[in-house]
Design a protein around this ligand. Sequence first.
Ligand SMILES: Nc1ncnc2c1ncn2[C@@H]1O[C@H](COP(=O)(O)OP(=O)(O)OP(=O)(O)O)[C@@H](O)[C@H]1O
Ligand SMILES: Nc1ncnc2c1ncn2[C@@H]1O[C@H](COP(=O)(O)OP(=O)(O)OP(=O)(O)O)[C@@H](O)[C@H]1O
Ligand SMILES: [Mg+2]
Ligand SMILES: [Mg+2]
Lengths: 255, 255
Amino acid sequence: MGKIISIVNQKGGVGKTTTTINLSASFAYEGRRVLLIDSDPQSNSTSGMGLIREEVTTSIYDVYAGHALIKDVIRATDYERLFIVPSIIDLLAVEVELVNKERREWVLCDALKDVRDDYDYILIDCPPSLSLLTLNCLVASNGVLIPVQCEYYALEGLSMLTRTLDMVQKTFNPYLEISGILLTMYDSRNTLSNQVVNEVKGYFGNKVYETLIPRNVTLGEAPGHGKPAMYYDRRSKGAQTYLTLAGEILEKGLG
Amino acid sequence: MGKIISIVNQKGGVGKTTTTINLSASFAYEGRRVLLIDSDPQSNSTSGMGLIREEVTTSIYDVYAGHALIKDVIRATDYERLFIVPSIIDLLAVEVELVNKERREWVLCDALKDVRDDYDYILIDCPPSLSLLTLNCLVASNGVLIPVQCEYYALEGLSMLTRTLDMVQKTFNPYLEISGILLTMYDSRNTLSNQVVNEVKGYFGNKVYETLIPRNVTLGEAPGHGKPAMYYDRRSKGAQTYLTLAGEILEKGLG
Ligand SMILES: Nc1ncnc2c1ncn2[C@@H]1O[C@H](COP(=O)(O)OP(=O)(O)OP(=O)(O)O)[C@@H](O)[C@H]1O
Ligand SMILES: Nc1ncnc2c1ncn2[C@@H]1O[C@H](COP(=O)(O)OP(=O)(O)OP(=O)(O)O)[C@@H](O)[C@H]1O
Ligand SMILES: [Mg+2]
Ligand SMILES: [Mg+2]
């Protein structure tokens, strides 16, 4: 059975989409079969993987809205063993449409039952909020990967997030665990960066991945070319570090 | 009557909170009377202004929940002419609590009627979403300031945001206009940064502020000390640029 991991943090701009795309690509490169699900109305994972809005006729929206099975909306990418379920802006409406629906927190979980054994990893890119969309992702997952930017405000939101995870574990999904904490946009010359690394390691101990993602221009440029960093500039530090991260996760047999 | 400006962009981590804090402080420094409202459950503006969670007994949550007037939750800061309405994490619940409420989009607008003439500027820090909380801020405002990070994904979300603004103008608030677009985390040596500046200027013309906020370490460090950048390191480029921005806005008589 595949590992289903939500890439989640309600703090904005911490590297959720960048991690979802580059970790998915790295797992596929290492021979795993991967499904990337974009569950954010902003659909940055969709465009970061090279899909153009006009081409996206079916998406995760159709699954949440109940008019398509997940099998119907999965599409191949340019990369071997890497598949995607794109998102569209209409997903914004799901927050309101689901409120009064039966089993509103279970829609994605129920939908994924059909396909979870077809992939080694299913990675879900979440929006920057702790809303019904994010709740659906957490209920459907057996692991969460939390990107934490090496900045002051990043620390503030962590207790809010862990409280939400506890609630989801107790009320909906006892299998949900923290797969790992990923420190992103790390700059070794910057005191604040190092302070955040120490605080996060102090708080989460060995749940923190040893791989630290550096601030790297290629990771910012690759989305404009619709490619994971390793296919835009394979030798870049950004691409190499996500490959190292994939290796660390695969080695430890972690989620 | 004071100018009420929402600092809004559903893209995360673009500099909404940093702009709200530093622009508020700059307007107050220039002699204006300013109210900063933190309408984000993450409450980064609250902590960035030095308030400690335990001290925040009343907040914007009480106004949305209907058990306090805005006058009851305004508090002074350490800085002359600068006042704040703090936020707390409970604000997360407002999204669900308001859904079935009468005039759910008008709660903040109605609440601000009492105090809007007491201030020259009211700046509202919004969460990274286009949800009911953000809708309340837009309905209550006569201007919006849109921070845009000089990164690829920043361009993607702009059409989503302008469509939402059009909807709000037509359905709720005909006075709502774009006060300006602020380019943030600009790095003149980086090609992507310059591409984004050109695209945004091409798209929004003279709505784009001439002041570009550079990527600057002080703007990242100041929140950890609970102070606006100008009171943490007045000579820093970050603090100086927000002062320049305040001057540009005051000069043009813009919102
Ligand atoms: N390690 C890095 N080095 C440099 N730039 C990065 C890095 N990681 C991400 N970025 C850039 O920073 C910005 C924010 O990253 P990203 O969009 O992945 O964050 P997010 O958490 O998904 O944001 P949101 O909360 O809006 O969904 C993007 O423009 C991205 O290209
Ligand atoms: N010009 C700048 N130079 C350097 N760092 C900056 C700058 N502006 C903001 N930052 C830092 O970048 C991070 C994101 O900024 P900020 O939190 O203000 O964005 P936001 O849009 O409010 O995020 P959210 O979407 O989570 O509310 C913060 O850690 C902040 O300190
Ligand atoms: Mg994202
Ligand atoms: Mg913010």
